[in-house]
Design a protein around this ligand. Sequence first.
Ligand code: SF4
Length: 69
Amino acid sequence: MRLYNLQEAYDMTEYGQKRYNDMKPDDHWIQGEDADRCTLCGECLDKCPQKSDISFLLKKAHNFLSKKI
Ligand code: SF4
């Protein structure tokens, strides 16, 4: 979500796509999991103080950031 937010707020598309595609769960430099790991369980919906649809945003982030540059 951080990479997606950087793209949305600062138009850092190339940076976000490069970092997202380099990201690995056990990497020391760019650690993280792909946004498509969301199972759509819905547990986060009631917990988000901003009432954001996190699963929708994760799907959108993955579809956008997973594009190879
Ligand atoms: S992001 Fe939300 S909907 Fe997706 S797996 Fe996590 S808690 Fe469930």
